[in-house]
Design a protein around this ligand. Structure first.
Ligand code: FAD
Length: 286
């Protein structure tokens, strides 16, 4: 399955995502993970952001630590449940610290939070960032090759994506997917609408099927039936799950790069080994 993996061009964009650690121990672990992943020389490390306030300070801490280590840090910033004033303060904080890239999202409201916020959709956030900070930030937005679960129709979602691009997004990172054709079709649809920004596939390495299945149901990413059947048949055999997951994800990445994808964005889940294993297969690891 892996014999014909092409060697990616070294200039291909690589980025890696973390979530902010919740404890001091988690922060220590993430420091080690980052050190290991730094050998891949990613263009940036991004850090997710929780809507509703609770984990936001931890995002700042992780972002500034990454920056102090000499890497480019890209904070995620979501607008749901927030005010213009609060977002302005965050932007000023990042701008003052020399952060140059932001992943701009609507976000999802945690249950129990009633206030929807002053900016309703990510395109309004992109517009706001541009109005407040001009060209200071490179703005990344989210894209959904299998369409966002709340979109009324695929066409609506595509037009919503275009609004983010028209508002000033420089590039996009996709939700993860395991269906190459979904990405290729989405890319064609974007091209037909005149969207020319890079659309970088989001890659989720597979280490546990049960976790992946739960997560995928929630975010609307499909695990194809043939993969699901094989994972289910492995039961508790974690070695086989990891080995098959590595085959599938490496093959997907190789095909994406061969099909002209502008790079890869890894959802690391704060672990080094799964991302490193895929990159090693792809020949990205020196
Ligand atoms: P939008 O682009 O605003 O779209 C949200 C939905 O609204 C879509 O269904 C769209 O079709 C629809 N829509 C857009 N405009 C309109 C309109 N005018 N009228 C009606 N419908 C409209 N979540 C976090 O909380 N924190 C993170 O750090 C985070 N990082 C992420 C990183 C990536 C790369 C990705 C792909 C997702 C991330 N998410 C994160 C999840 C994301 O916040 C959710 O998927 C969220 O539900 C949608 O965010 P969005 O920015 O895509 O929203």
């Amino acid at each position: 399955m892996t014999s014909s993996l092409p060697t990616p061009h070294p200039s291909q964009h690589l980025s890696i995502e973390f979530f902010p650690p919740q404890t001091a121990e988690g922060a220590d672990k993430l420091r080690v993970v980052r050190q290991k992943l730094a050998v891949l020389k990613p263009e940036f490390f991004s850090v997710t952001f929780g809507a509703g306030g609770t984990t936001q300070e931890r995002t700042f801490e992780a972002v500034f630590e990454i920056q102090r280590e000499g890497h480019q840090a890209a904070p995620h910033l979501s607008c749901i449940g927030s005010t213009r004033e609060h977002i302005r303060e965050i932007l000023q904080r990042y701008q003052a610290a020399g952060i140059r890239r932001i992943v701009a999202l609507r976000g999802d409201l945690p249950s129990g939070v009633g206030f929807a916020g002053e900016l309703r959709y990510a395109n309004e956030l992109v517009e706001f960032i541009r109005a407040e900070t001009g060209d200071h930030f490179q703005i990344e937005v989210a894209a959904y090759p299998e369409y966002h679960p709340q979109a009324r129709t695929p066409r609506d979602d595509l037009l919503a994506f275009k609004r983010k691009v028209d508002a000033g997004a420089d590039s996009a990172i996709t939700q993860y997917f395991y269906n190459l054709d979904a990405y290729l079709h989405f890319r064609d649809e974007c091209a037909a609408l005149g969207i020319t920004i890079p659309i970088v596939p989001g890659i989720m390495p597979i280490v546990s099927f049960s976790k992946l299945a739960r997560f995928s149901d929630a975010c609307g990413a499909e695990i194809p039936r043939w993969m699901r059947r094989k994972f289910e048949a492995y039961g508790d055999d974690t070695d086989s799950i990891k080995a098959f997951g590595l085959d599938v994800v490496s093959e997907l990445c190789a095909k994406l790069l061969a099909a002209g994808a502008p790079g890869l964005h890894f959802y690391s889940m704060n672990q080094a080994a799964p991302t490193l294993a895929v990159c090693e297969r792809l020949g990205i690891l020196a």
